[in-house]
Design a binder for this molecule. Structure first.
Ligand code: BGC
Length: 416
């Protein structure tokens, strides 16, 4: 009896102490597919276990273009969420508006400087102060495949270059199946184009064209060949692809309707959420010609300035949880990405993730590690947005010449 009542008292104190600091965190993100939603759910669980209230602010739309439009209107109307999925150079733009919170106290207490690769930490800081917290490292230059489709079509293995890729695609077509599952949305078109440019031109060329925005590279024969290759890939997609969401394209590969998909490793999150086993039910490989390169895409949350102390405490708890080893493991196991926190054990991760972790380290040494332009890592959003539009115009209009596309891409890259 005594024991029970003291337990009850202890529980009451615990509840009260949680309640004192409990705050609400409204979190804007675009994680709505099977694997993405499971991953976001892990973050919600951690925050709830700390006594906070999670207010989900999910804006559907792969790649996050729709989410960013909604975010702008919320901030402009003076009502920002506590945290928003903001990445790459966009973090700097938001910070320059003076709307982001300073996370240095939590970053110091949790030793982020020693737990993050410097290139990543630099992106999270504005004028030397942390304003965002990184979640993961996605690799974008992947191709996914259904092994049964390859077998049926008589394709021996994953294609290492575009000659092998197109030979495989022809065989899949001849077997009556769709060679390439594609979702015709601007960001997916651009995701494919960036992998093609990397595969055709290599990491140095990719950097010149898509990071340095060098007009000579954008007007070169290598760029010409990249656009031609990109257009040829389109001829292996199905007529129903325009407008399709990326996860529905992934489902076509899962169901054996299509052979390949070009997509970042959030696709693996969806394969896994559907109970599929890597190496058995689906295959992963670097996109053709890109085995020695790695287009990185680091998801991160920027925190907005909020007035209430409880809300700030909840924000700091969110930031600390995101960088914590427990979250880094469980989130990334579900998301298809690898932990961004250094020194994490990879033993629970599958072979695709292990390959990604190994390649991340190795390409960083050889110059093969490059920022994804299609996922907001390489250049300011105004520029990548304009370039993405050109990629899609070309993809959608078979009459547009390669020369025209190159001219338009060079002009888009010069966007002020
Ligand atoms: C994000 C991923 C997300 C993907 C599809 C990417 O830009 O970095 O986290 O899963 O878009 O929505």
């Amino acid at each position: 009896m005594l024991k029970l009542s003291s337990l009850a008292a202890a529980a009451a104190i615990a509840v009260a102490s949680v309640a004192v600091h409990a705050g609400e965190v409204e979190v804007l993100h675009w994680w709505t597919s099977g694997g993405e939603a499971k991953s976001a759910g892990e973050l919600k669980k951690i925050m709830q276990s700390k006594g906070h209230t999670w207010k989900d602010f999910a804006v559907a739309g792969g790649g996050g273009d729709a989410a960013m439009t909604v975010l702008k209107s919320r901030v402009v109307s003076g009502n920002p969420p506590a945290a928003a999925q903001i990445k790459g150079p966009a973090i700097q733009e938001w910070a320059a508006e003076g709307v982001l919170a300073n996370l240095d106290s939590v970053a110091k207490a949790e030793k982020w400087d020693s737990l993050l690769p410097k290139v990543v930490a630099d992106v999270m800081k504005y004028k030397g102060n942390y304003v965002a917290v990184p979640v993961n490292v996605h690799r974008v230059n992947w191709v996914w495949a259904n092994p049964d489709v390859l077998k049926k079509a008589g394709v021996a293995g994953m294609p290492k270059n575009y000659d092998e890729f197109f030979a495989a695609a022809d065989k899949i077509k001849a077997a009556g199946l769709i060679p390439v599952a594609h979702g015709g949305q601007n960001w997916q078109d651009f995701t494919t184009l960036e992998s093609v440019v990397l595969g055709v031109g290599g990491a140095k060329f990719y950097t010149d064209a898509f990071v340095k925005l060098d007009a000579k590279a954008l007007g070169s024969d290598t760029m010409k060949k990249s656009f031609e290759t990109f257009r040829r890939i389109k001829s292996y997609t199905d007529p129903a692809s325009p407008g399709r969401d990326w996860n529905l394209a992934t489902a076509m590969v899962m169901q054996g309707k299509a052979g390949f998909q070009f997509m970042g490793d959030w696709a693996k999150g969806d394969f896994i959420a559907a109970g599929k086993v890597p190496g058995k039910d689906f295959l992963c490989a670097a996109a053709p010609g890109t085995a020695n390169a790695f287009t990185f895409n680091v998801d991160s949350f920027a925190m907005f300035k909020l007035k209430s102390n409880d809300a700030q405490k909840a924000q700091n708890d969110l930031a600390a949880a995101i960088m914590g080893p427990e979250f880094q493991e469980v989130f990334n196991l579900n998301k298809g990405s690898i932990p961004v926190r250094l020194g994490m054990k990879m033993d629970k991760f599958d072979d695709c993730a292990k390959m990604s972790a190994k390649d991340f380290v190795e390409t960083a040494k050889t110059g093969g590690l490059v920022p994804s332009i299609a996922h907001g890592m390489a250049v300011r959003p105004a520029i990548s947005g304009a370039m993405q539009d050109v990629a899609s115009q070309f993809w959608n209009d078979d009459k547009m010449t390669v020369a025209d596309a190159m001219k338009k891409m060079t002009a888009a890259a010069a966007t002020k």
